[in-house]
Design a protein around this ligand. Structure first.
Ligand SMILES: [Zn+2]
Length: 251
């Protein structure tokens, strides 16, 4: 591969793309990188889908997000009549994502770590789905009707650094969405300082108006003192797994 890699971001909910990977996405698209976003829950036609479209544009995504259309595990109205993301047939989900992977041909897939960063079942499920689909997409016998096999080179798994958890913990109440422990510094494969992109990242986060108004975690985050808030916003961290020797660098 030469030049800037194509990337596919697989997120469970609208707002995760901005909160956890907004700076990475903004920097990647700023240098001419192609990128797509798959959002597993919330359907087209919902208010949060409309907000997601605005956020994606802010981060420089060249196309609208791809909605898998499943329901958020905790919010049935996110996709009226649809099955919850974690309860839908897994094979059906893998096939749907393989279809997108073979069409978009990403060199890199970005999704959550195996703990879903802080244990959210939808995040954990997105990790499993992405890993299974990346493997299946490369195999010629798997659903040949979906097109030519495509080998993803590298998976990046979003994780929360232990240092960030420690800096935020004194300022957050117990019910905040944060892990008890984060990932130790020595275990991180990529830490991106996105300070030069936090303007776009913040505008993308704020595009999720419904969530900003509803979520206790979001309100708590908005009320953080400046230093821990800035540390959280400027640091995006990943574990890396190469699926081919050498892999491909995202940034
Ligand atoms: Zn989420």
């Amino acid at each position: 591969m030469s030049g800037v890699p194509r990337a596919l971001f697989v997120h469970a909910h609208p707002d995760d793309e901005s909160l956890w990977t907004g700076g990475t996405l903004a920097r990647h698209t700023r240098r001419g990188g192609d990128a797509d976003l798959v959002t597993c829950t919330w359907d087209r036609g919902t208010r949060r889908h409309a907000e997601l479209v605005v956020a994606a544009r802010e981060l420089g995504l060249p196309r609208e997000p791809i909605m898998l259309g499943y329901a958020d595990s905790f919010v049935p109205e996110s996709a009226p009549g649809a099955t919850a993301f974690v309860r839908a047939p897994f094979d059906e989900q893998v096939t749907a994502l393989v279809d997108h992977i073979r069409r978009l041909r990403p060199h890199v897939i970005v999704t959550y770590d195996a703990y879903g960063m802080y244990g959210h079942p939808d995040h954990i499920h997105a990790n499993r789905l992405s890993c299974a689909a990346a493997d299946a997409a490369a195999l010629p016998p798997y659903c040949p009707e979906l097109g030519e096999p495509w080998q993803v080179s590298t998976m990046y798994f979003i994780t929360i650094p232990e240092t960030t958890v420690n800096a935020l913990r004194p300022h957050l109440t117990a019910d905040a969405h944060l892990p008890i422990v984060g990932t130790p510094t020595a275990a991180l494969d990529l830490v991106v300082d996105v300070d030069d992109c936090t303007g776009r990242k913040v505008r993308a986060i704020l595009a999720h108006r419904t969530e900003m108004a509803r979520s206790a975690s979001m309100k708590q985050f908005a009320g953080l003192p400046r230093d821990p808030q800035r540390l959280f916003l400027r640091t995006e961290a990943y574990l890396r797994r190469d699926l081919v020797p050498g892999g491909v660098d995202l940034l």
